[in-house]
Design a protein around this ligand. Structure first.
Ligand code: ZN
Length: 386
């Protein structure tokens, strides 16, 4: 028997209770967004923010306060075009441009190094990019059933139109970081555009959840010292990765992407993470990427000593500007999340998708209908997401 609500959600709890992914993705009215749009102080969702909206004097003043100190590094290509890698001095790498050199230690004085690994040995900094996906309830239900917290890198446009989905991350105890407003290459923006892409994502997350993140991840990893500086002025640490699942590449066969998950574990087995842990790029983007995350969770949890949000791995117990939300220290989280043994790996409760039995080896992921992590692709346009 199926009983599915067709009610439009009015708050986080009613949205989180929706089981049907198509219903989850029905747009709903959110008064705060309506008010922001009405006052002309809000960017258009999914369009790159090249200018601060004319009515937003608060943002204009904040940008003006930092603009004169932003390092004089030119944008690295036209928005919508290609990165100008051919004219860049790769060997000197004066701007610590990750896209061409994977540089994570800024050349500019005063900037912190990017977080590309976690300091705790045999630990995975566990997180997902490109949320909130409108239909992520089944995935978040799964994480909750595993008592697993993660770092969620949220796109401002998605937070704006799916605020209750964003609120769910806070309710479930996940950490939220910024993943820009429109998911474009950040080094291509002007100073004002780069500021606005980060600023309005912060504003959207604050509006939706009440909290202001202190971390961000550049889409496609595209960051240089100019963008790092603008982010730092907004109180944002840059989080990157050293391992990539490539789960977002739709042209790759599933076996190849699964091989990237397997490669991470083989590195663990080989001792690569005996002194410093890992961060791998994975996504809350599509049915496929979330299904694969569910499929791999038992293997990751069994292999690594700890799977933790990145703030936990960094012992950053106050992840937001606001002090009324705390994450556990690494020691406290580890004590409360013992590594599963082979005999209790299916202790996730009623979800029934634990134990590595979710995915078959054939194309696609098949689960029992009542346990299915059935999700639909969020409407993210046609861009290649990373
Ligand atoms: Zn992304």
């Amino acid at each position: 028997m199926h009983f599915r609500s067709t009610l439009v959600p009015t708050d986080e709890a009613s949205e989180a209770a929706i089981q049907d992914p198509a219903t989850e993705c029905i747009n709903y009215y959110w008064p705060a967004l309506g008010n922001a749009n009405a006052t002309g102080t809000w960017p258009i969702v999914w369009l790159p923010v090249t200018q601060i909206p004319a009515n937003d004097t608060v943002a204009q003043q904040k940008f003006a306060s930092m603009n004169a100190t932003i390092p004089n590094i030119a944008p690295k290509g036209p928005l919508g075009g290609s990165l100008m890698t051919a004219t860049y001095d790769v060997s000197a790498d004066p701007d610590c441009w990750w896209s061409v050199t994977q540089c994570t230690t800024p050349k500019l004085q005063g900037l912190s190094a990017d977080i590309a690994s976690v300091p705790e040995p045999r630990t995975l900094g566990y997180g997902f990019d490109d949320g909130p996906n409108c239909s992520h309830n089944a995935f978040y239900d799964y994480l909750t059933a595993q008592n697993q917290k993660a770092t969620m890198f949220y796109i401002g446009s998605s937070v704006s139109i799916w605020p209750y989905q964003a609120q769910r991350a806070v309710t479930d105890g996940h950490e939220i970081c910024v993943h820009t407003w429109s998911h474009r290459n950040m080094t291509m923006f002007s100073n004002e555009g780069a500021f606005a892409e980060l600023y309005y994502t912060l504003e959207a997350i604050k509006l939706a959840t009440g909290f202001t993140p202190q971390c961000w991840r550049p889409p496609f990893g595209d960051v240089d010292d100019r963008i790092r500086y603008i982010a730092s002025q907004l109180g944002l640490e840059t989080i990157i990765w050293k391992y990539d699942s490539f789960d977002y590449v739709t042209s790759l066969p599933e076996t190849t992407i699964q091989g990237n998950y397997d490669y991470l574990i083989s590195n663990l087995t080989a001792g690569t993470f005996d002194t410093v842990g890992a961060i791998m790029l994975t996504h809350e983007l599509t049915n496929f990427t979330m299904q694969l995350a569910v499929h791999n969770y038992p293997m990751l949890a069994a292999a690594f000593d700890h799977l933790v949000p990145i703030s936990v791995a960094m012992n950053k117990t106050q992840p937001y500007v606001e002090s009324n939300f705390t994450m556990q220290s690494f020691a406290d989280y580890a004590a409360g999340h013992p590594k599963p043994s082979a005999s209790n790996s299916s202790s996730g409760g009623s979800n029934g998708t634990t134990g590595g039995s979710v995915a078959g080896s054939s194309a696609g992921v098949t689960v029992q209908p009542h346990n299915a992590v059935v999700l639909v692709l969020a409407l993210l346009g046609t861009a290649c997401y990373l």
